[in-house]
Design a protein around this ligand. Structure first.
Ligand code: PEP
Ligand code: MG
Length: 592
C-alpha cells in the first residue's frame, strides 16, 4: 500500500529508488536472549559481521587515494588489528554461549568492560586507543543492524534483466553534516531524515550535492523498511513509500523534465550575470572543501564567497589539522580558482556542526554536554577567540595561502566590538609570525565579518568602519532574529526568511553598506533561492554567494530582472507589516 510522509523540502528534484536504512551511530542496541538452539547461529552472525567489517576495512585501504595522508592507512591498520584481536572475539562469543546474550548485547557488554579497563591504564597512548575500539565496535554493530557503515559498493548501472538499476535512497534518523559530506562520492540518489530544518547544515550539504532530499520527515526511519521503493519529491518535501506504477510513471516523467531543464541552464554558464538595466551582479560559490572549487568554476562562479573551513576540522577525533595541512587545503582552493577571489571563513564550529559527528545536540560529547543551548554557546568566532593557539594556526595557514591568489578572510558570528578588536589583533600577530619566519603573504588581504546576529546589524557603523567587506549569513540571522532553532523540525514552520523583521535587517545592512561603499554579499541559503533573487536585487544586493548547483537558476533570474523597477517594488514590501499587505507586495515582485 502506498503512503506519503511529509517533511521539509531542502534539496530540489525527484529521486526514485530503494530505501537504504542507516542505523544511528549510537551504541544503542536491542537486548534479548537467544534460544538455546540458535546459539551457534548467533555466534556465526557475529563472526559474519566481523568478516564483513574486515572486508570493508581492506576495501577502504585498497581504495585510498594515492595522495591520502599516511596516517589514513595506519589508522585503518589499527582498526583491522583491533577487529582481529581476541578481546573482541573470544569474550563476546563466550557471552553468547554462556548467557545467551544476542550478538549486539554481548559486544556492547564487552565494550563497556574494555572501556573501564582502559580508563584505569596510566598510559595516554593506550587510553587514546579507546576511541578506536569504540569505532570498530560501532562498525560491527552497524553491520549487525543490517546497515553497512560506510558507503555500499556502487550499484550497477543496469540490473540483471537489463532494466536501469534502482537508485539507492538513504533513510536515517539524522545525518551529521560531516557524514553527509562523506556521501559526495557515492551512488546515493536521495536523502530522507527524521530530523533537521531547512537550513540545518545537513540540509545545506545535501543541497550542495544537488541530490533531492527531505528532512524533518518524522518517523521516516521507523515507517520505511529496508529496500522499500520510495520517491522523494524534493520540491514538496514529500516522500512516497511503495508507490503505484502510475505514480512512479508520473515522477519518472518529472525527473526527465528536470534533467532537461538542467541541460538548458548549462547554456547560461558563460553568460555574464547582467540585469536588464545593465547592472553587473557577482554570483559566487559556497564551498565546503577545496575540491568543490571545480564545481564552482564549472557553474561559472566568479569567485568563492564562502569557504566553510570548519569541514576540514570535523571527525578527526580531537586532532585538529596543523598549519601545513590547512595551508595545503586553502592553497588548493585558491589555485583551483585560477586568480578569482576566494573568501575563506575561519572555523565556525558548534551548534549543529560539532567537531565530531557523534558529538553535539544529543549531548553525548563532554564538550557539549554542558552547553545548555549550543546555538547560543561557545561557537564560531567565540570558540576561536577562546582557543587563540588554534586560531593563530588557522590564521597563519590562511595568510600563507594568500600568497597564491586573492584571498579574503571572513569571520563568523561577530557581535561585539571587542571581538572585532581581538580578531584583528590576532590577524596582525599571525602576520608578524610569518614575517619573522620570512614566509610570504598578501599584506593587503581583506578582512570581513559575517552579519548573522541582529546585534551586528544594529551596530553596523562599527563594522563598516573596521571591516573591508560584509557578508550576510541569513541562515543564522533568521535563527537569531526569530529565535527559531534552524535545525529543529518542530519549529521549522516558523523559520521564515520573509518575516518582515528579517527583511528589515537584511535591507538595512545592504543599504548602509552600499552607502558606505563597503562591499556586501549574502552567503546564506537565501542567496541561492531563485525565489528570493528579485527581492535581494531590489534591496540593492549586487553580490550573491551560493552552492554551485543553484548558480545558474539564480543567474536566469538576474538576466530577467530590472533593478530600478524592483527597488520600488521592494520598498512596498519593506513597508508592509500586515500579512496580507506583505503577501500582496511580494506577489507584485514575482516575475511574470
Ligand atoms: C549563515 O548563517 O547564513 C551562513 C552562511 O553560515 P552557516 O550556514 O555556515 O552558519
Ligand atoms: Mg552562520
Amino acid at each position: 500500500m502506498p503512503f506519503a510522509l511529509h517533511g521539509i523540502p531542502v534539496s530540489r528534484g525527484v529521486a526514485i529508488g530503494r530505501a537504504h536504512l542507516l542505523a544511528p551511530a549510537a551504541l544503542d542496541v536491542s537486548h534479548y536472549l537467544v534460544d538455546e538452539d540458535r546459539i551457534e547461529d548467533e555466534v556465526q552472525r557475529l563472526r559474519a559481521a566481523r568478516a564483513a567489517v574486515r572486508a570493508e576495512l581492506s576495501a577502504l585501504k585498497r581504495d585510498l587515494p594515492r595522495d591520502a595522508p599516511e596516517e589514513m592507512g595506519a589508522f585503518l591498520d589499527v582498526h583491522a588489528m583491533i577487529l582481529d584481536d581476541e578481546m573482541l572475539s573470544r569474550e563476546p562469543e563466550r557471552l553468547i554461549r554462556t548467557r545467551r546474550y544476542n550478538a549486539e548485547w554481548a559486544l556492547t557488554t564487552r565494550l563497556e568492560e574494555l572501556m573501564r579497563q582502559f580508563d584505569e591504564i596510566d598510559d595516554e597512548y593506550i587510553r587514546e586507543r579507546k576511541a578506536d575500539i569504540e569505532q570498530v565496535v560501532e562498525r560491527i554493530l552497524k553491520v549487525l543492524a543490517g546497515a553497512p557503515v560506510l558507503v555500499p559498493a556502487p550499484a550497477p548501472a543496469l540490473s540483471a534483466d537489463g532494466e536501469p538499476a534502482p537508485g539507492v535512497i538513504v533513510v536515517a534518523h539524522d545525518i551529521s553534516p560531516a557524514d553527509m559530506l562523506q556521501f559526495r562520492h557515492t551512488v546515493f540518489h536521495g536523502f530522507v531524515t527524521d530530523m533537521g530544518g531547512r537550513t540545518s547544515h545537513t540540509a545545506i550539504v545535501a543541497r550542495s550535492l544537488d541530490i533531492p532530499a527531505a528532512v524533518g520527515v518524522q518517523n521516516a526511519s521507523e515507517l520505511i523498511r529496508q529496500d522499500d521503493w520510495i520517491i522523494i519529491d524534493g520540491d514538496a518535501g514529500l516522500v512516497i513509500v511503495d508507490p503505484t506504477p502510475i505514480i512512479l510513471e508520473e515522477y519518472r516523467h518529472r525527473q526527465s523534465e528536470r534533467a532537461l531543464e538542467k541541460k538548458r541552464l548549462q547554456r547560461l554558464r558563460h553568460t555574464p550575470a547582467v540585469t536588464l538595466d545593465g547592472i553587473e551582479i557577482d554570483l559566487l560559490a559556497n564551498i565546503e572543501m577545496a575540491e568543490d572549487a571545480t564545481a564552482a568554476l564549472a557553474a561559472g562562479a566568479v569567485g568563492v564567497g564562502l569557504f566553510r573551513s570548519e569541514f576540514l576540522f570535523m571527525n578527526r577525533r580531537g586532532e585538529l589539522p596543523g598549519e601545513d595541512e590547512q595551508f595545503e587545503a586553502y592553497r588548493a582552493a585558491v589555485e583551483a580558482m585560477h586568480g578569482l577571489p576566494v573568501t575563506i571563513r575561519t572555523i565556525d564550529i558548534g551548534s549543529d556542526k560539532p567537531l565530531d559527528a557523534r558529538d553535539g545536540r544529543d549531548g553525548r560529547a563532554d564538550e557539549y554536554e554542558t552547553a545548555l543551548n549550543p546555538a547560543l554557546g561557545l561557537r564560531a568566532i567565540r570558540w576561536s577567540l577562546s582557543e587563540p593557539a588554534m586560531f593563530l594556526t588557522q590564521l597563519r595557514a590562511l595568510l600563507r595561502a594568500s600568497a597564491y591568489g586573492p584571498v579574503r578572510l571572513l569571520f563568523p558570528m561577530m557581535a561585539h566590538a571587542r571581538e572585532i578588536d581581538q580578531t584583528l589583533e590576532l590577524v596582525a600577530r599571525a602576520k608578524r609570525d610569518l614575517q619573522e619566519r620570512g614566509v610570504p603573504f598578501d599584506a593587503h588581504l581583506q578582512v570581513g565579518a559575517m552579519i548573522e546576529i541582529p546585534a551586528a546589524v544594529l551596530l553596523l557603523p562599527l563594522f563598516l568602519k573596521r571591516m573591508d567587506f560584509l557578508s550576510i549569513g541569513t541562515n543564522d540571522l533568521i535563527q537569531y532574529t526569530l529565535a527559531i532553532d534552524r535545525a529543529d523540525n518542530a519549529v521549522a514552520h516558523l523559520y521564515d526568511p520573509l518575516h518582515p523583521a528579517v527583511l528589515q535587517l537584511i535591507a538595512r545592512t545592504i543599504r548602509e553598506a552600499n552607502e558606505a561603499g563597503v562591499p556586501v554579499a549574502v552567503c546564506g541559503e537565501m542567496a541561492g533561492d531563485p525565489a528570493m533573487t528579485r527581492l535581494l536585487l531590489g534591496m540593492g544586493l549586487r553580490e550573491f554567494s551560493m552552492h554551485p548547483a543553484q548558480l545558474l537558476r539564480v543567474k536566469q533570474e538576474v538576466l530577467h530582472a530590472d533593478c530600478g523597477q524592483l527597488s520600488a517594488l521592494v520598498d512596498a514590501v519593506l513597508q508592509a507589516y500586515e500579512p496580507e499587505e506583505a503577501a500582496a507586495a511580494l506577489a507584485r515582485l514575482s516575475r511574470g
